[in-house]
Design a protein around this ligand. Structure first.
Ligand SMILES: *Cc1c(COP(=O)(O)O)cnc(C)c1O
Length: 788
């Protein structure tokens, strides 16, 4: 029988679903129909992969976030169908590019969620049996707009036009019991299509629904934010990502949300284990490895112990030891405020059954640490799973695991020597490093087909798509003027494309011969967008007063979402927009500086930004950015880093050379040395440039519309606040060296050929930063799972 053609399948699907043909379909209709056709095609390979994974040791990635972005183009690339589909659509009066309108699945906040997505992509491509477990949020990360320069937030109703990449699996639904009520967790499976389509892994996301026939009216509502109905109460659990936790109600919801997906996932994988291997749960670690992506999923440790004890009659000790051998934990931050702890009373109220297990683990920990003596006994308090009356999630994650890792070399050293030093004393070797990575499928092959084509042509093979180390073979072209010119031409083209896109989206024009200096990432004080903004003001004043004589025209681009409750971060967005206005309305500088804050930065926007940059801003205070992955995306697309000696920047310059990047600012050791005596006010007295820039926030140059946030930002540097010292992130301390590095790059850019070489050398040496390398490390060293 002849296989039906894609065009026939598509038209049939469209006719059935929308009563139209390819030519008449709206983008979302086309997307739904095309996805349906693709899902039908991959079904056999998906089923086959599931079968193979069921026969061997497998790993599960538990994560509160999966920032998968837009799937259609990625999946067409993986299936090698992009050109076929493009042609079919063209021949039938439509256009593949119309699917650019399809929105991202933004089920995450930033780097941590994107990392999870890159890992799944790499595992599927390499054939490692790794599946993801998370939450199917009703609303993803908010959609950001700008009004009068201030951030606006609207709900991200991402399934509004359907969710064709997910398959609801009612037969695998599980009930999750919170003591005084239960909910039903219903899984939605998304395929994770490995490059080449040979292996298809699964991302299983749980949606919370009322338990059938469950009468919520019996229970009072006082634990809840407002008087919600029973249905809403259940649905609340998977309604939003990171509910505001400034109130106790919000905290309860967060704890329950975490437990919700952990319980459902643990039940699910145990059911699968029992089907295949029976009830000998001591063998669970032989066949299962669970990776906790940060501490959000840590209640899974308690849940596994609870189920083994309560439902399968195991004793506590073997049950806990089984858990320890099953779990692994990745730490993503050294920031004290981000290390999760929950007041024990609140925790008890939110998840009483989990809390009971936590107390039992606490008892056991005390007993065994004291019996062990030595470092364990000495450090019991610091390492306690219950510490100072609070559930300490990092300690629980570590104690409940057999491996702990940091995400870049510096970060891992800081964990060992400071944040987790007591654990390191007890078990040296427990904490290891696995430097983060990014998938070159999305972050080069997909987002930069022009550079991909050049790389393929120079290498004579496309194999770099699954073996990024091949890029090092390009080094021999680094002094070939013809190659560098082709490379530079690609960069110009990508800048032109971005400039067109920004004109369309933001109604701002950027000349594409400007230097594109880009900082895109979540908005946070430690990432120091504020330093970038102050430095732009400084350049502006320098140009105005004639002290800055030669300056290459530069577009300073920003993209960032600020957490809705984070006033300072929102203030920094307003500040950047006011600077943009100041510069733009000044004919004396307009031709030298542009400042643009792009709206709603997300994965799809990132795909356009990272390949059009001349400089990648990675300027976090040394010791604060665990790794960063944005830095790797820029590097892969041939962009020098203007950055501090922090996170993975250190490894990036080690690979590509200091001479091809712009590294500035105090290092960790220096900051540790001066922290106690640091006096930003005194520093400002001797730094007229910095003073002039900072004064602009409060002397009437810039206007925050009377809300007082600019004064608050200025005070954060000069006065501090009850919860932090003045200028805790050392903006003023690094101000001059940032200026120097920035101006050096600015002047280097004039020599286009020399600058293209620096850019090219970044591309050449980015092989290490493939998430294929990272996932192979996890698979071999941490999970002990085999390629299939
Ligand atoms: C890669 C990525 C991040 C992480 O960026 P960092 O610079 O490492 O903080 C955040 N958000 C999106 C949308 C990304 O694609």
């Amino acid at each position: 029988m002849k296989k039906s053609s894609l065009a026939e399948d598509l038209n049939r699907e469209l006719l059935a679903q929308c009563g139209c043909s390819i030519a008449g379909a709206k983008p979302f209709e086309l997307h739904n129909a095309l996805t349906k056709c693709l899902m039908n095609r991959i079904a056999p390979a998906w089923a086959e992969s599931k079968k193979i994974y069921q026969e061997q040791k497998r790993a599960y990635y538990f994560s509160a976030e999966f920032l998968v972005g837009r799937l259609i183009f990625n999946n067409l690339l993986a299936l090698g169908m992009t050109e076929e589909v493009r042609q079919v659509l063209r021949e039938n009066g439509s256009d593949l590019n119309s699917l650019e309108e399809i929105e991202d699945a933004a089920l995450g906040n930033g780097g941590l969620g994107r990392l999870a997505a890159c890992f799944l992509d790499s595992a599927a491509t390499l054939g490692y049996p790794l599946d993801g477990y998370g939450i199917r949020y009703r609303y993803g990360l908010f959609r950001q707009g700008l009004k009068d320069g201030f951030q606006t937030e609207t709900a991200d109703d991402w399934t509004r036009f359907g969710d064709p990449w997910s398959i609801r699996k009612d037969r695998d639904a599980a009930d999750v019991d919170f003591g005084d009520f239960s909910v039903r967790a219903v899984p939605y499976d998304m395929p994770v299509i490995g490059y080449g389509g040979r292996r298809i892994n699964t991302l299983r996301l749980w949606q919370s629904e009322p338990v059938e026939g469950f009468d919520f009216s019996k229970f009072n509502d006082q634990d809840y934010d407002g008087a919600v109905e029973g249905k809403n109460r259940a649905e609340d659990l998977s309604r939003v990502l990171y509910p505001n936790d400034s109130t106790d109600e919000g905290k309860l919801l967060r704890i329950r949300q975490q437990y919700f997906f952990c319980s459902a996932s643990v039940q699910d994988l145990l059911r699968r284990f029992v089907e295949r291997y029976g009830e000998d749960f001591t063998r669970l670690p032989e066949f299962t490895a669970i990776q906790l992506n940060d501490t959000h999923p840590t209640s899974a440790v308690c849940e596994l112990v609870r189920i083994l004890c309560e439902e399968h009659g195991m004793d506590f000790e073997p049950a806990f030891q089984t858990a320890q051998k099953t779990f692994r934990y990745t730490n993503h931050t050294v920031m004290a405020e981000a290390l999760e702890t929950w007041d024990l009373e609140l925790y008890e109220k939110a998840v009483p059954r989990v809390c009971a297990v936590l107390r039992r683990i606490d008892e056991y920990q005390k007993k065994s640490f004291l019996a062990a003596g030595g470092a364990a006994a000495k450090n019991l308090k610091a390492c306690g799973v219950i510490r100072d009356g609070a559930a300490h999630m990092a300690n629980l994650a570590i104690y409940g695991s057999c491996a702990v890792n940091g995400v870049a070399e510096l970060h891992t050293e800081i964990l060992k020597n400071s944040v987790l030093k007591e654990w390191n004393e007890i078990s040296p070797g427990l904490i290891r490093n696995e430097t983060n990575g990014i998938t070159q499928r999305r972050w080069l092959a997909l987002c930069n087909p022009e550079l991909s084509a050049l790389v393929t042509r120079l290498l004579g093979t496309k194999d770099w798509v699954t073996d990024l180390n091949l890029l090092s073979r390009l080094e021999r072209f680094a002094d070939d003027p013809a190659v560098l010119e082709q490379f530079a031409a690609v960069k110009r083209e990508k800048k032109r494309q971005l400039s067109d896109y920004i004109l369309k989206k933001e109604s701002v024009s950027i000349p594409d011969d400007f230097l594109f200096d880009i900082q895109v990432k979540r908005l946070h004080e430690y990432k120091r967008q504020f330093l970038n903004a102050l430095s732009i003001l400084d350049l502006y004043f320098g140009i105005k007063d004639g002290s800055l004589k030669s300056f290459t025209p530069t577009a300073f681009l920003f993209g960032a979402k600020a957490a809705p409750g984070y006033a300072r971060a929102k203030g920094i967005i307003k500040l950047i927009n006011e600077i943009a206005r100041l510069v733009d309305s000044d004919p004396a500088v307009r031709d030298l500086i542009r400042v643009v804050f792009v709206q709603n930065y997300n994965v799809s926007y990132a795909e356009k930004l990272v390949c059009a940059a001349d400089l990648s801003e990675q300027i976090s205070t040394a010791g604060t950015e665990a790794s960063g992955t944005g830095n790797m995306k820029f590097m892969l697309n041939g962009t020098p880093t203007l950055g501090t000696y922090d996170g993975a920047n250190i490894e990036i310059v080690r690979e590509s050379g200091f001479e091809n990047n712009y590294i500035f600012g105090a290092r960790v050791e220096e900051l540790d040395r001066i922290r106690e005596s640091y006096d930003p006010k005194a520093l400002l007295k001797n730094n007229p440039n910095a003073k002039r820039a900072l004064d602009a926030l409060t002397d009437g140059t810039l206007d925050d519309g009377g809300c007082g946030i600019f004064k608050e930002l200025s005070d954060s540097l000069l006065e501090g606040a009850s919860w932090h010292r003045p200028d805790q992130y050392f903006l003023l301390y690094d101000f001059d060296s940032y200026r120097e590095a920035r101006l050096r790059a600015n002047s280097d850019y004039l020599d286009q050929a020399a600058f293209a070489r620096k850019e090219f050398m970044n591309l050449v040496h980015s092989g290490k930063f493939s998430s294929d390398r990272t996932v192979t490390g996890y698979a071999e060293e941490i999970w002990q799972v085999q390629k299939t």
